[in-house]
Design a binder for this molecule. Structure first.
Ligand code: ZN
Length: 270
């Protein structure tokens, strides 16, 4: 089967189809995998799971479901979602990310925000509708920016208070209501490390289903100001050259891509 035919294609949250299908089963921060570390098939499960369709991998239906208990099934095993997803083939990783964000949304959007009535699935859309007042609710994504700031041949990397000790990364933050993403880049960098940036340029994006973000990556150039971490979110920040980087986030993240892209460009220069 060709690479193109193995792409993941999303679809509305329809009822699960009978027969063989790939299934994303989740429980809190864990995902169920088979012996090869891949998403299991519905046929691998000894009992019927209440699942819903989230899309297709190639022509194979793909379902998502959450389990209330940490049950085990034969040779299948639970693994931490974030590390497991990095090891999945691309189509399965996208499917798992979609399932994760939709399951999170479903869990928190059971009742109408207008009149309080219990919502019903809106067949043909990935949405829920109120049977009383007709209000429709769609899954919510939280856009966030992530930016590699450069100052000549160095990159700005910072230690966030939530990181493991010794890890440094590029700056990131959520887009506020009313802002463009570029305005969020400018504001977040100033808030977190007290400097100004210019020449903000788009790099690429990544779904970040922890629980429902879309990371929009940028590069920008230093424009002025003295580097001062805010002391709350950012506890340390500095300029690093490509041949002297600290410990950075693991491969699979857009942060890693931004930092290694910088490193690659510097290596081409030298
Ligand atoms: Zn309502």
């Amino acid at each position: 089967m060709s690479q193109a035919s193995m792409r993941f294609t999303p679809c509305p949250s329809l009822p699960a189809e009978p027969g063989s299908a790939v299934v994303v089963l989740m429980k809190e921060n864990s995902i169920l995998l088979d012996e090869e570390g891949r998403l299991p098939r519905m046929d691998d499960l000894p009992e019927t799971i209440h699942a819903f369709r989230i899309g297709y991998i190639g022509s194979c239906p793909c379902h998502g479901a959450v389990l209330a208990e940490q049950v085990t099934f034969g040779n299948l095993h639970w693994q931490d979602t974030r590390s497991a997803m990095q090891g999945l083939p691309e189509a399965e990783r996208i499917a798992a990310g979609r399932a994760k964000t939709l399951l999170f949304w479903q869990d928190r959007r059971k009742f109408c925000g207008v009149c309080g009535t219990e919502l019903e699935p809106l067949i043909s859309e990935c949405a829920r509708k109120c049977p009383r007042c007709g209000a429709a609710f769609f899954p919510v994504l939280a856009p966030a920016m992530i930016v590699a700031v450069r100052r000549e041949d160095r990159i700005l990397l910072a230690h966030n208070a939530r990181f493991k000790p010794g890890i440094f990364s590029v700056l990131a933050g959520f887009v506020e209501a009313g802002e463009s993403v570029e305005e969020a880049v400018f504001r977040e960098v100033r808030e977190e490390v007290n400097i100004e940036v210019r020449n903000i340029r788009y790099f690429g994006s990544q779904s970040w289903p922890y629980p429902n973000s879309l990371m929009l990556g940028f590069e920008a150039d230093y424009a002025g100001g003295e580097l001062v971490p805010d002391g709350e979110e950012i506890t340390d920040a500095d300029w690093f050259s490509a041949d002297d980087l600290p410990s950075i986030p693991a491969p699979g993240s857009i942060a890693y891509r931004l930092i290694t892209h910088f490193q690659h460009q510097m290596n081409l220069k030298s």
